[in-house]
Design a protein around this ligand. Structure first.
Ligand code: G6P
Length: 568
């Protein structure tokens, strides 16, 4: 079969592992029970499950909002709005980020900016790129109280208020659940519109709800077309008689059973225009499965290397967009399959097929949770870092100082990393800084060096974004992570209006709060200060890793054919 078509099933011997588990999935009517929202698929109690399954019917339910979305998009065009800045975290920002980078704005529609940070340099760079009086601000938060979102709102509200020609609240739009603090605030501030999202959808399952659709509509996307693709996939995910006939169940059973057999790193490869899909999938998979010391490690945007460099803990999934520059990835994926790694390929005809992929992966993650025996809809360890941040900020407010954390030099960090790594490890690189080309090139070099030298897996996330995404897995998932925290100087800093701390202090407190959480879980966590030239600092770590090590001996089959887990 040509690489350009989907390969939705694994080659042998991996397919046999999935087949082994299938009988139990069919016998226990997992598909039917998932569609009927039976919480016992995951846990004996319904808490945070029954009120989290609204995503199943979004492709139909959201059609009711199409005309309101069209009206808003038309208003933006008519009023000459040039930019839309979305203020949100995790489930409220990563889906829109995929739309922004995969589609680009349509002709005549405003540009979308997604701001999910507290790093002052990043906030400042978006602030400088827009004309405040000709910008809509989307304040997006399910809970309506997330500290980053509220701080960013305060910043942009003040900015707009100080602008000639501003239309005040008319430039602000809220997306939130009914009855939140954000809803009240939006009403008090005279927001142009409040989009009230169905409350039975968790953040990471919300891309096809108003959280994803409002920014998508403002960018000029064809919403019925996107929902239509998602709906077709949802229909395919109703097949209950065979796992191989249901694309969502197949992916979920494959991820779950292979993770149990030792292949717990799901490496997402995607054609260049859609490669931020991995950032969205990271949150979905990591936050849903990474708990009770179990979980699947999603890997996004990792540089591709020769098949022999990878350990036997990987599964590869390739999202191939028709017409994109796919030559390199095509060759890579062929080589991976030839070398005996498990590989799936999903072919997308155009970016609208992302609608189908969102649904497939959501469904698959719910099924993988069942296979792993965890409940995929809560995030029990996310709060810890938030509590630690709060404690650090309280300390700062009474003493005027942040606590000192142990800092390593680049050379020490390289040695410490090496000392912690073994087969099956993953290194999570966590950067509290402003994105830049040189930095991202240096990070790619670091990831390459780690894979080549140690045959481990690498992930990369900007802080505090990753706290709302992979942060749950880091603390609650398997103890195979080693954490490298890279922290900016945060200068020049930026004040948060009506707040006793600045953006820089908040970002540093978040970095410290998470470091403390990781250490409290006994996870190796190393901090390096990025200094005046962040890319040079990262390169200094890379330079400590020598030439690539010899290729490891690699297994080409899963460790063992595990028997399927008893379904409840
Ligand atoms: O949309 P919000 O309520 O602001 O939440 C944003 C994010 O917050 C937390 O970190 C959760 O773990 C995420 O799942 C969520 O997406």
């Amino acid at each position: 079969m040509a690489i350009s078509s989907s390969r939705e099933h694994l080659a042998e011997p991996y397919n046999a592992v999935v087949r082994d588990a299938s009988a139990s999935i069919v016998r226990h009517q997992v598909v039917e029970r998932l569609w009927s929202k039976d919480y016992r698929l995951w846990k004996p109690e319904p808490t945070e499950i029954t009120n989290r399954l609204g995503w199943l019917t979004l492709p139909e339910d959201m059609l009711a909002h199409v005309s309101a979305l069209k009206t808003l998009a038309a208003e933006a065009r008519k009023e000459g709005i040039r930019d839309v800045v979305l203020l949100g975290m995790g489930g409220s920002s990563l889906g829109p980020e995929v739309f922004r980078t995969s589609f680009g704005s349509k002709k005549g529609a405003p540009r979308l900016w997604v701001l999910d940070t507290t790093v002052p340099g990043w906030v400042r760079s978006v602030t400088k790129s827009i004309l405040p009086a000709r910008t809509f601000f989307l304040v997006a938060s399910k809970s309506g109280g997330t500290i980053e979102v509220m701080s960013l709102f305060a910043h942009f509200w003040k900015l707009v208020a100080g602008t000639k020609g501003n239309r005040g609240g008319q430039q602000f739009i809220a997306i939130t659940d009914p009855g939140t603090g954000l809803e009240t605030m939006a009403r008090e501030h005279g927001f142009r519109k409040i989009f009230s999202n169905p409350p039975d959808i968790g953040g990471r399952y919300s891309v096809l709800s108003l959280f994803g659709l409002v920014p998508a509509a403002l960018m000029g996307l064809d919403i019925p077309r996107l929902l239509g693709r998602a709906g077709k996939m949802a229909d395919r995910c109703r097949e209950g008689r065979s796992v191989e006939g249901n694309p969502g169940v197949y992916l979920g059973v494959a991820m779950g059973t292979l993770a149990k057999a030792g292949r717990d790193k799901v490496t997402i490869l995607a054609s260049p225009p859609i490669d931020t899909f991995g950032l969205w999938a990271e949150q979905l998979i990591a936050e849903s499965t990474g708990k009770e010391t179990k979980g699947i490690v999603p890997v996004a945007q990792e540089p591709v290397l020769a098949p022999g460099m990878y350990g036997s803990d990987r599964v590869f999934v390739y999202l191939r967009l028709k017409g994109a520059k796919n030559e390199t990835l095509d060759r890579h994926v062929e080589a991976l399959a030839r070398a005996g790694h498990p590989v799936l390929t999903f072919a997308l005809r155009d970016p609208y097929d992302l609608g189908a992929e969102f649904f497939r992966w959501e469904y698959a993650t719910a099924v993988a949770g069942h296979v792993l025996g965890i409940q995929p809809f809560d995030q029990p360890n996310v709060q810890e870092s938030k509590d630690n941040t709060r404690r650090v900020l309280d300390g700062y407010q009474s003493t005027g100082r942040l606590p000192e954390a142990v800092v390593s030099t680049p050379a020490e960090a390289a040695a410490e990393l090496a000392g912690h790594l073994h087969a099956g490890s993953y290194v999570a690189i966590l950067a509290y800084t402003t994105p830049s080309k040189p930095l991202e090139t240096a990070i790619r070099r670091l990831r390459k060096a780690l894979v080549q030298q140690h045959h481990v897996t690498t992930t990369f996330g900007y802080g505090p974004r990753y706290l709302h995404s992979t942060g749950q897995l880091h603390k609650g998932g398997p103890a195979s992570g080693v954490f490298l925290e890279l922290v900016d100087r945060m200068t020049p800093d930026l004040q948060i209006p009506a707040q006793t701390f600045s953006f820089g202090t908040l970002a540093k407190a978040q970095a410290t709060g998470d470091l403390e959480s990781l250490q409290a879980h006994g996870r190796p966590a190393i901090r390096v200060m990025l200094g005046p030239t962040p890319a040079a600092t990262v390169n200094a770590i890379v330079s400590r890793f020598g030439a690539p090590a010899a290729r490891p001996r690699r297994q080409t089959v899963p460790a063992k054919r595990s028997s399927s887990r008893r379904s409840r």
